[in-house]
Design a protein around this ligand. Structure first.
Ligand code: NAD
Length: 252
């Protein structure tokens, strides 16, 4: 039996990396998946790959910082598939800078995509899920939402914000009797375009990252997608306001 059979999901930032792996896995496990991303060409490619594998998917152009775009994306999802059961707020950007070297402009850009994007995605998903009788929202934080890094001032702040915002939303939904669960996922370093960009394909820089993970290697997008699948499915029906750390022992 497929693990999310008959459910409808939206995954932000699903044209690449962790989001793409998540969309593919949710579709393989029976969900109809809407891929929301800025990058239309990559997003359409991801949709085609899901369809070629026998799954059901559609692309919507979405900038997660834009409230109107979120409303339109959810409306499109409801029009296409009639309901919303799963929302994965995955879109995010990396930014390297200390408290002294980060400009206010860069700080705001990071908070806008990584934190405002998760807030808007959660708020709009709740509205749709109330009509569908419940659902599961999964927000992508990071190990950098659990521990500090001197060169990740803005990123640390955004991902720490996602962690506690998730708990606030989870408590609100539970206490309101909505049957909507909200959880966060905290990956260690995963080999995606984001991390390739950080290390600029530099073998020594990559090895430095590997050495931070006691398990001896970086993660793969599917390592995170399987955790998200669990939180998205009814297997986790007693799990809300929790934080799932998938980091090869980085923060152990
Ligand atoms: P990625 O850069 O490989 O892919 C991110 C996707 O998000 C891209 O398709 C991009 O077009 C999209 N995106 C960016 N800004 C957007 C916006 N404003 N609106 C809509 N889409 C937008 O990233 P990834 O490595 O797959 O990371 C996914 C999530 O996981 C992020 O939130 C990231 O912070 C988090 N994360 C990643 C790692 C890692 O090591 N890769 C570790 C911890 C947490």
């Amino acid at each position: 039996m497929a693990r999310v059979a008959g459910k409808v999901a939206i995954v932000s930032g699903a044209a690449n990396g962790i989001g793409k792996a998540t969309a593919q896995l949710l579709a393989k496990e029976g969900a109809k998946v809407v891929i929301g991303d800025l990058k239309e060409e990559d997003g359409q490619k991801a949709v085609a790959e899901i369809k070629n594998a026998g799954g059901e998917a559609a692309f919507v152009k979405l900038n997660v910082t834009d409230e109107a775009a979120w409303k339109a994306a959810i409306e499109q999802t409801l029009k296409l598939y009639g309901r919303l059961d799963i929302a994965v707020n995955n879109a995010g950007i990396a930014y390297s800078g200390s408290v002294e070297s980060t400009s206010l402009e860069d700080w705001r850009r990071v908070q806008s995509i990584n934190l405002d994007g998760v807030f808007l995605g959660t708020q709009t998903a709740i509205e749709a899920m109330k009509k569908s009788g419940g659902g599961s929202i999964v927000n992508l934080s990071s190990i950098e939402g659990l521990i500090g890094d001197p060169m990740l001032a803005a990123y640390n702040a955004s991902k720490g914000g996602v962690r506690l915002f998730t708990k606030s939303a989870a408590l609100h939904c539970a206490k309101s009797g909505y049957k909507i669960r909200v959880n966060s996922v905290h990956p260690g370093y995963i080999w995606t375009p984001m991390v390739a960009g950080l290390t600029k394909e530099d073998a020594a820089a990559r090895q430095k990252l590997v050495d931070l993970h006691p398990i001896g290697h970086l993660g793969e997008p599917n390592d995170i997608a399987y955790g998200i699948l669990y939180l998205a499915s009814d297997e986790s029906k007693f799990v809300t306001g929790s934080e799932l750390v998938i980091d090869g022992g980085y923060t152990a």
